[in-house]
Write a protein that binds this ligand. Structure first.
Ligand SMILES: [Zn+2]
Length: 295
């Protein structure tokens, strides 16, 4: 009797132990946009920690001891690359993390940027065509870590790809009625180069590609002349940037401040841009409202 009980207990324990095999993959993503994409593709198969939180600035981030611990417990680290996270190599080293690193921007065609980013503009996710490659790279990275989850991951990825196709079509359709020559927007840092190239919008920014650069008085004077000359109607403040510079520019040019747009970070949950797709829709609405011909 005792022996039978022991056998039954062993069988029960084996059953209890089984779900441990299907534990979620622990993933660390450097900033919110990537964290969201990993969640969309990973679904219940992943547990994601994002280092730079909502409205945070990944250009100038200072990693914490908790970040190093998160990496120490991770099975996969997901980064943007293109010089976006200048602090990540030091953090990986400090944490002792030896696992794979998925570079989401791998395979995109970079556009030129500043020296400090290795000569590339890092904001590649601002083109939805690039975001699809990000999704593909994340899928590959997750499957390599846990091949048993491949079917579920592929299904999530296909559904997410379809949503990216839909938002890409929405952006093109919404901008189409606005004449190309009127599609000019000023933002506080130069984060929309890929957006501009993909959708035919000219973006001007008094500060460079990174938020740690400061615009000189000469840069600002040049920007003010350009806004007046090109009759630019609206300037946009990004949620991660200091608004004072753009406020000065609007005072001196009469251009108005458009809504807040999201470039490098999502809003907190419940905010207007808590997912990548939500961000692209929110920004599109802000841009088209400002650019639409007066009726
Ligand atoms: Zn940026």
């Amino acid at each position: 009797m005792k022996r039978r009980f022991a056998a039954a207990l062993a069988a029960a324990l084996a059953l209890v132990a089984l779900p441990a095999l299907a534990e979620p993959v622990t993933v660390v993503a450097t900033f919110t946009i990537l964290g969201d994409m990993v969640r969309q593709i990973g679904g219940d198969e992943v547990a994601v920690t994002t280092l730079v939180g909502p409205d945070g600035d990944a250009h100038v981030y200072e990693p914490t001891p908790a970040d190093a611990r998160a990496l120490g417990a991770a099975k996969l680290v997901v980064v943007n690359g293109l010089g976006m996270e200048g602090w990540i190599d030091r953090l990986v080293k400090a944490s002792g993390y030896k696992g794979p690193v998925t570079v989401t921007s791998a395979g995109i065609t970079p556009i030129a940027g500043e020296e400090e980013h290795g000569g590339h503009d890092p904001h590649a996710w601002q083109s939805v065509a690039n975001a699809k490659l990000y999704a593909d790279n994340i899928l590959k990275g997750l499957i390599a870590v846990d091949p048993a989850k491949a079917d579920a991951l592929r299904a999530n990825h296909a559904a997410y790809r379809a949503k990216l196709d839909a938002v890409e079509a929405e952006i093109k359709a919404a901008l189409a009625p606005i004449p190309r020559k009127d599609r000019k927007i000023v933002t506080s840092h130069d984060a929309f180069g890929y957006y501009g190239k993909a959708y035919g919008v000219t973006f001007l920014a008094p500060v460079g590609l990174s938020t740690d650069a400061e615009a000189s008085a000469g840069d600002i004077a040049r920007m003010i002349r350009q806004i007046k000359k090109e009759k630019i109607k609206a300037v946009f403040v990004e949620t991660i940037a200091d608004p004072r510079l753009l406020e000065q520019i609007t005072r001196e040019t009469g251009a108005r401040i458009g809504g807040r747009v999201y470039s490098d970070a999502l809003s907190a949950a419940g905010g207007p841009a808590s997912t990548y797709i939500g961000m692209m829709r929110h920004n599109l609405a802000q841009f088209t409202k400002a650019l639409a011909p007066a009726s």
